[in-house]
Design a protein around this ligand. Structure first.
Ligand code: COI
Length: 361
């Protein structure tokens, strides 16, 4: 499969420099979008075609579009960072491209070649480079590649036409409090995904499935919801939109990939960054009783959430029907912050990229 050439149709009315700069102040997460987007079509029998870099604009969708009815949709999230010399690099786009292919297989969608995924992200970042925030801070340009079915019809089956897009958004902290520890609501009855389901695919359906429990978390005054496994309701899996790490002194442990949780790129990177910093790191199983008891005994020293959007965010209070507890003294832990600093330093180009993760444009 050859990568289609991306044809450029630049925006005739982009924001002025002043308007763009104003919209990049305190960008928050996912509220503003750059001037362009990439679109590539796939048709049964023809493959990928019509790759274009076009002005950012609404899509016109038939009311009987199959994605609107049966949710055949997948997406990714990755970031572009301004480097010390002013150039721009993305973090591990190949890992996202491969996960996008795995999600496509699970949702019976066509696989986009890895090189096409990367070329599409590169083309958008190059075109809208002025939207990449300045070097040194925590801000970056968040890229959202995604794919929807475009076939029109109400029969339930894999569609025969798809549209792949990449949009971009300047991003600051995902949580309004920045690195302030987040509070977690433990969802003991509602599950996010089941064995054999699609919990390991990055598809909108998993996020839709998390929204009711996330709303319940908000009612309890919590920032995020944590899910347990669907069979025993015992093993901690992940949060609504990010993975979890448990810190036992010098060792960090993250729930193993059982098939019902997402293989986060940040999660995978931290297994390696932790070893670089002299910590032990492993995938394992942590039960909810262990979380509560080890936190009380002090054996569990820190807990943090991680994801592309969330970066690394410490966990403070945990609430459940049975009561609540505070992790450590409720402030960000030392290991959490060291991992966070090293990961961000690699991404910002100030720590050596020994794993070859940065993709310069
Ligand atoms: C990401 O971290 O990129 C995600 O897609 C998670 C979502 C909560 C924004």
């Amino acid at each position: 499969m050859t990568t289609p050439t991306i044809e450029l149709k630049p925006s005739s009315n982009p924001l002025s420099d002043a308007e763009r700069e104003a919209s990049m102040v305190n960008p928050g997460f996912g509220r503003r979008f750059t001037d362009h987007m990439v679109t590539i079509r796939w048709t049964e029998g023809r493959g990928w075609h019509d790759a274009q870099l076009v002005p950012y604009a609404p899509l016109s969708i038939d009311p009987a579009n199959m994605t609107l009815h049966y949710g055949q949709e997948i997406f990714e999230g990755l970031k572009a960072y301004r480097q010390p010399d002013g150039s721009v690099a993305t973090f591990r786009p190949e890992a996202n491209a491969k996960r996008f292919q795995a999600s496509a297989r699970r949702l019976a969608m066509p696989e986009l070649p890895v090189e096409t995924f990367i070329a599409a992200c590169d083309a958008l970042v190059k075109q809208d480079e002025a939207w990449v925030p300045a070097h040194g801070g925590e801000e970056s340009l968040y890229l959202r590649p995604f794919m929807i079915a475009t076939e029109v019809g109400l029969g339930v089956r894999p569609a025969n036409e798809y549209l792949f897009l990449v949009i971009a958004s300047p991003a600051g902290a995902y949580f309004p409090g920045g690195v302030k520890p987040v509070s977690i609501w433990l969802s003991e009855n509602r599950v996010r995904a089941v064995p054999g389901g699609m919990g390991d695919a990055k598809t909108g359906g998993n996020y839709a499935a998390s929204l009711l429990a996330q709303a319940e978390a908000a009612e309890k005054g919590c920032d995020q919801v944590a899910y347990l496994d669907a069979v025993e309701h015992k093993w901690v899996e992940e949060l609504g939109g990010m993975n979890l790490y448990f810190v036992y002194g010098n060792k960090i442990v993250t729930p193993a990939l059982t098939g019902s949780l997402l293989a986060g790129v940040t999660r995978d990177s931290l297994l390696k960054v932790a070893r670089d910093l002299g910590y032990e790191s492993e995938e394992g199983r942590v039960s909810i009783d262990q979380w509560r008891d080890d936190s009380a005994s002090g054996g569990l020293t820190e807990v943090f959430a991680c994801g592309t959007a969330a970066v690394i965010t410490p966990v403070g209070t945990v609430k459940s029907e049975g009561g609540e507890w505070v992790q450590g003294d409720g402030t960000p832990g030392e290991v959490t912050m060291k991992l966070r600093e090293r990961l961000l330093d690699i991404q910002r180009g100030v720590a050596e990229d020994t794993h070859g993760w940065m993709h310069p444009l």
